[in-house]
Write a protein that binds this ligand. Structure first.
Ligand code: SAM
Length: 286
C-alpha cells in the first residue's frame, strides 16, 4: 500500500509528501473533503480537499506569528475578528491576553471546528473561552454585512481557491479596512514567493493599494509546498511596529512557553532577504 499523502503545486510539477501510519478520519462536509492522517514525521495532519492545513509538528509557528506580532505592537486590542481559522490555533494564542474582551471567529465550515475539537484538542483549546463567539458563515458575506469595527482582523484562510477566493480580492481588503478602528491592524497569510502558485505579487499589489502600511513577515511552514511562508501585516498608522509596554507585561506571563515567537525574532522579522524583494517580480526574473 502506498501510505503517502502528497500535495501538488497547481501546475503539478512539485509534490510535498509525508508518509502516514493511518488515515484516521475522512469525511465530506458541505464545503470540502476533510482528512486526518497520523503521519510518521508530523504527528497528526489535517488536510482539506488536497491541501495540508495544520500538523502537530509545526502549527505553533503559523499561529504564534499571525497573532503575537500584531498584538504586541498595538496599544489596545479589545476586539478581534478572525476569518477562517476553524482549527482554533489562532484563538488559542489570542486568549492568552486577558486584555482582549471579545474574539469573533467566522468559519464557513462548522465541520472543521468539530473535527479540530476532536482530533486536535491542544489546538482547539481556546474555542471554549467565554470571550469567543463563532459565526458559521462566509467571511466575505460576514464583513459586508457587519456593523462593528475591530482592533485586529486576522485572515487565517485556505489558499485562494474554492470558498476562499473572495478573501483575496481587493474589494474584501477594502471592506476590512473600513471595519478597522483607528489604530487597527489587518493580518493575513499570503502564500509563498518560491513556487508562487497564486501570484503573491498580485496579492501584495491589492494590499498596497488598500492599506497605507504593508509589511511582510516570513516563517517556515513544513507542510506547505514552498515552506518559506509569508504573512502580511497591514495597518492604517505609520510607526506602529514598536512594542507596547502594557502588552509586554501580559506577554511576559506566558512567553517562556511559546515555541517560535520571542522578542528578538520579532524585532528582526520585518527584515526581508533579497529573495523576497525579487519575488515581487519573481516569474519575470527567472
Ligand atoms: N493555516 C491554514 C492554511 O493556511 O492552510 C489555514 C487553516 S484554517 C483550517 C482555514 C479555514 O478557512 C478552513 O477551515 C476553511 O473552511 C476556512 N475558510 C475558507 N474559505 C472561507 C470563507 N470564505 N469564509 C470563512 N472561512 C473560510
Amino acid at each position: 500500500m502506498n501510505n503517502w499523502f502528497s500535495e501538488s503545486t497547481l501546475n503539478d510539477t512539485v509534490r510535498s509528501s509525508f508518509k502516514y501510519k493511518a488515515l484516521i478520519h475522512e469525511s465530506q462536509s458541505d464545503f470540502q473533503r476533510i482528512r486526518i492522517y497520523d503521519t510518521y514525521s508530523l504527528g497528526r495532519l489535517l488536510v482539506l480537499d488536497d491541501s495540508a492545513m495544520i500538523s502537530d509538528k509545526d502549527e505553533f509557528i503559523y499561529h504564534e506569528v499571525i497573532t503575537h506580532i500584531p498584538i504586541l505592537v498595538q496599544e489596545q486590542t479589545k476586539n478581534v475578528l478572525i476569518i477562517g481559522g476553524g482549527d482554533g490555533g489562532a484563538i488559542r494564542e489570542l486568549v492568552k491576553y486577558k486584555s482582549i474582551k471579545s474574539i469573533e471567529l467566522v468559519e464557513i465550515d462548522s465541520a472543521v471546528v468539530d473535527i479540530s475539537r476532536e482530533f486536535f484538542p491542544h489546538v482547539a483549546s481556546g474555542l471554549n473561552d467565554q470571550r469567543v463567539k463563532i459565526h458559521y458563515t462566509d467571511g466575505v458575506e460576514f464583513i459586508n454585512n457587519c456593523e462593528k469595527k475591530y482592533d485586529l482582523i486576522i485572515v487565517d484562510s485556505t489558499d485562494p481557491i474554492g470558498p476562499a477566493v473572495g478573501l483575496y480580492e481587493k474589494k474584501f481588503y477594502e471592506v476590512c479596512r473600513e471595519h478597522l478602528n483607528e489604530n487597527g491592524i489587518f493580518m493575513a497569510q499570503t502564500e509563498t514567493p518560491l513556487f508562487d502558485e497564486y501570484s503573491i505579487s498580485s496579492i501584495y499589489d491589492k494590499l498596497n493599494e488598500t492599506f497605507p502600511i504593508v509589511e511582510t513577515i516570513c516563517a517556515p511552514m513544513l507542510i506547505y509546498p514552498g515552506v518559506y511562508w509569508t504573512f502580511s501585516f497591514c495597518s492604517l498608522t505609520e510607526g506602529i511596529t514598536s512594542f507596547k509596554e502594557n502588552k509586554l507585561c501580559e506577554y511576559g506571563e506566558f512567553s517562556s512557553k511559546l515555541k517560535w515567537h520571542n522578542l528578538d525574532w520579532h524585532k528582526s522579522c520585518f527584515k526581508l532577504s533579497n529573495l523576497f524583494s525579487a519575488s515581487i517580480d519573481y516569474k519575470s526574473s527567472l
